[in-house]
Design a protein around this ligand. Structure first.
Ligand code: PHE
Length: 452
């Protein structure tokens, strides 16, 4: 048993995997990845995103889980335990909690749109091959302040209910049920999309790289997506690592989650792009791609309404594991550091999120003119988290694991105190996390922000 017997945690090895994968899979795969790839050259973007995931994402993920499991603590207190002599490291944890709020603020808004699209898809209101109908439905959804807020609050209430259930009975149980259903549905939609006559054009877009559209900013976006996708750089994986069993193989689990998550992104691309090209739609439609193009695309095919409903339901399901893991970051901190009970921590977090989230939701209506650094609140939260807080957090995590913590501790933690025979993997990890990951993150950050 763990040293900390009273602490809730993931009870089974399968639960460790589904909860971690459930955190990784979400809007990042189904909403962000397709629209970003659509805008930034398709396959070229995919290549950079895959490279960032492997060279930067995976080492940071392993580091975070390793530190969380060692400290058996939340995202902030973990730093106090692993770096007791220097309080400055705790700031990385604080930035993670801020990032969790920033992400949830816009994430719950988008999930609200997804839920309202499920209702519209079921009622048949989206059955039209004219993209104008999807466009009108989308702008009606986002621009009506009260209904957008109500959807967001509904989402927060739903997630809170599961979080109050706890780690084993809430998070683990939910993700174990949802992940297989989600994968099954996604594969079904892929098959439908691939059997369309002109599917080849969409596949060429997704898999034939044209690097002419790639700039420093595009690379930063692809790296930001890799961080966002793997839920790293902000303490989610640290918090989840603290629930890992002591016999879980951290590098192996992280690698499996990374590969499965990449597969889901690619499957989402395979579900969307062949259909988009087959019916002559525009791949570069931006954040509205999922909501404006997808209904029209599905309405153009036989059994379209059925597949449209499946598609939005699977998107809604995919967001649950991600939101649970985001929510758990502040909740775990409040429970452990402020000694609040789980119910109180959850309810107060939800209220805080409703307050931070409202300006994001209202960015498309009453607050559309309010900007911070030239961005509306929605885009500001997104940019701040994906392109700044997560890469910066990831940079410091890599520096800590590679340079500060000590190779003996890293080795003990990753080999489960010598019970796993994975010396070669640990050596490879140590070289990458020391030299490659931090330098790449730094270079991409500086280049993407225009400093070099
Ligand atoms: N990985 C999730 C997704 O792609 C988002 C997320 C980011 C979740 C950061 C937790 C922490 O949708």
């Amino acid at each position: 048993m763990s040293a900390n017997q009273s602490r809730d945690g993931f009870a089974t090895k399968l639960g460790v995997l589904t909860a971690t994968l459930g955190s990784a899979v979400g809007l990042g795969n189904i909403w962000k990845f397709p629209y970003m790839a659509g805008e930034n050259g398709g396959a070229a973007f995919l290549c950079i995103y895959i490279a960032a995931t492997i060279v930067v994402g995976l080492p940071v993920m392993i580091s975070e889980i390793m530190m969380g499991r060692h400290a058996k603590s939340n995202a902030i207190s973990t730093w106090r335990k692993v770096a007791p002599d220097n309080k400055l490291w705790t700031l990385v944890g604080v930035s993670g909690v801020v990032a969790a709020f920033a992400i949830m603020a816009f994430y719950t808004d988008v999930v609200g749109w997804v839920f309202s699209f499920i209702v519209m898809a079921v009622s048949g209101g989206l059955n039209s091959t004219d993209p104008k109908i999807g466009e009108a439905a989308f702008s009606a959804t986002v621009s009506s302040p009260m209904s957008a807020l109500l959807w967001q609050w509904g989402v927060l209430a739903l997630v809170s209910t599961i979080i109050i259930g706890g780690v084993t009975k809430g998070i683990e149980k939910t993700t174990k049920t949802l992940m297989p259903i989600l994968l099954g549905m996604l594969i079904l939609v892929c098959i439908r999309s691939l059997t369309l006559p002109k599917a080849g054009e969409g596949l060429a877009f997704l898999f034939n790289p044209d690097f002419s559209k790639v700039t420093g900013e595009v690379v930063l976006m692809a790296m930001g997506l890799a961080f966002f996708k793997l839920s790293i750089g902000m303490g989610t994986m640290m918090t989840y690592g603290s629930y890992f069993r002591n016999d879980a193989d951290v590098p192996f689990t992280a690698t499996r989650v990374m590969l499965a998550d990449l597969t889901v992104s690619i499957l989402a691309g395979v579900a969307i792009f062949p259909a988009v090209f087959n019916y002559g739609f525009e791949p570069a439609a931006g954040p509205g791609l999922l909501f404006m193009t997808v209904p029209a695309v599905f309405s153009s095919m036989p059994l379209g309404q059925f597949f449209m409903v499946i598609f939005f339901v699977l998107t809604g399901l995919a967001t649950m594991g991600a939101m649970l893991s985001l929510f758990e970051v502040p909740v775990a901190f409040f429970i452990e550091a402020l000694k609040w009970n789980r119910r109180k921590a959850t309810i107060l977090t939800a209220i805080g999120l409703a307050i931070c989230g409202a300006p994001a939701t209202l960015s498309f209506s009453t607050m559309s003119d309010v900007t911070l650094f030239g961005l509306n609140f929605f885009d500001f939260y997104d940019y701040l988290s994906s392109n700044l807080l997560l890469p910066i957090g990831g940079f410091f995590i890599a520096i800590f694991a590679g340079w500060k913590w000590g190779s003996d501790k890293v080795e003990r933690a990753l080999s489960n105190r010598g019970t796993l025979n994975n010396q070669a993997i640990i050596s490879l990890y140590s070289v990458i996390v020391k030299w490659i990951t931090p330098l790449l993150v730094l270079a991409v950050l500086l280049k993407g922000l225009g400093f070099i």
